[in-house]
Design a protein around this ligand. Structure first.
Ligand code: ATP
Length: 268
């Protein structure tokens, strides 16, 4: 279980810009098997929250605990999938996928076996020896997912992993992610700007607002389970309850975006 308790994060002043209160009073609990998706206007602190969960930085206030232990740096119990540029272009698909295990000193045969299993899970079993530049954007993102899974983390953290992909590839990888989620007991934390993607993927949706960044709305969802039962994503995304929810969430986010255009960010 991941617990975020009363977390605040203030970035220090840069030149003439004062400090920025990126997060204030954030509370969130993510349990095994939860797929939590974060949505919110630009600058509301989504990436900051993910970075704290990843241990890339420490909170100014409050604490984050994973499995009862305070997060005080990056760890193999958390795998991160970024939007792009996170693969090593001079290594092959297999070498990228096994990289984390290699750093941990795992034997070649064991890490190859684990990497091959996860490359098969994302449909790249025939591409072990390809170089990264020989793959499409969607395939590269599949390698990123396989790489994160290969260290067998308790939690997968994903910061807009589909943002750079075309619509069709994006839908295919959304469906792939749900299939991976359904056969694992991992915690997923996923950031997106797409309301449709958030509703489709999440078992819980948090909506964040800026100035200062905080969680303002939480929704439990079951569109992902309905997809896993029916396999028909288009039917789910065009269903009346999906569309109604999409409009509600869009109303909240557009309200925040418009307010943001009128106000300066809060400085302390
Ligand atoms: N390194 C930094 N130094 C100073 N301020 C920062 C830094 N990183 C982010 N910020 C500020 O903190 C706030 C939250 O940023 P963050 O990137 O977490 O938001 P976000 O919701 O992920 O935004 P987006 O949706 O645009 O990616 C913003 O006001 C941003 O300008």
């Amino acid at each position: 279980m991941l617990e975020v308790r009363n977390v605040g994060l203030t970035y220090p002043a840069i030149n003439s810009h004062g400090p920025v209160v990126a997060l204030k009073g954030v509370n969130l609990t993510i349990k095994q098997g939860d797929f939590v998706v974060a949505l919110g206007a630009s600058g509301c602190g989504k990436t900051t929250l993910l970075s704290l969960m990843a241990g890339f930085m420490s909170p100014s206030e409050g604490e984050l605990n994973l499995g009862g232990h305070r997060i005080d740096g990056p760890g193999a119990d958390r795998g991160v999938v970024f939007q792009k540029h996170a693969l090593l272009p001079w290594l092959s698909v297999m070498e990228n996928t096994e990289f984390g295990l290699k750093l941990r000193g795992v034997s070649r045969s064991e890490r190859r076996e684990k990497a091959a299993k996860n490359l098969a899970l994302v449909g790249l079993q025939d591409f072990h020896n390809h170089m990264i530049y020989q793959l499409s954007g969607g395939m590269q993102q599949r390698v990123g997912i396989a790489r994160a899974l290969t260290c067998d983390p308790e939690m997968l953290l994903m910061d807009e992993p589909m943002a750079a992909l075309d619509a069709l590839t994006r839908e295919t990888i959304q469906e792939l992610l749900l299939k991976i989620w359904s056969v694992s007991d991992k915690m997923f934390f996923f950031i997106t700007h797409s309301v449709e993607e958030a509703l489709f993927l999440g078992s819980r949706l948090i909506v964040m607002s800026p100035r200062p960044g905080r969680i303002t709305h939480t929704y439990d969802l079951d569109f992902n389970r309905r997809f896993l039962e029916s396999g028909d994503s288009r039917a789910i995304k065009s269903s009346p309850d999906f569309i109604k929810m999409r409009e509600t969430i869009l109303g909240i986010i557009y309200g925040d975006e418009r307010a943001g255009q009128k106000e300066e960010f809060v400085h302390v």
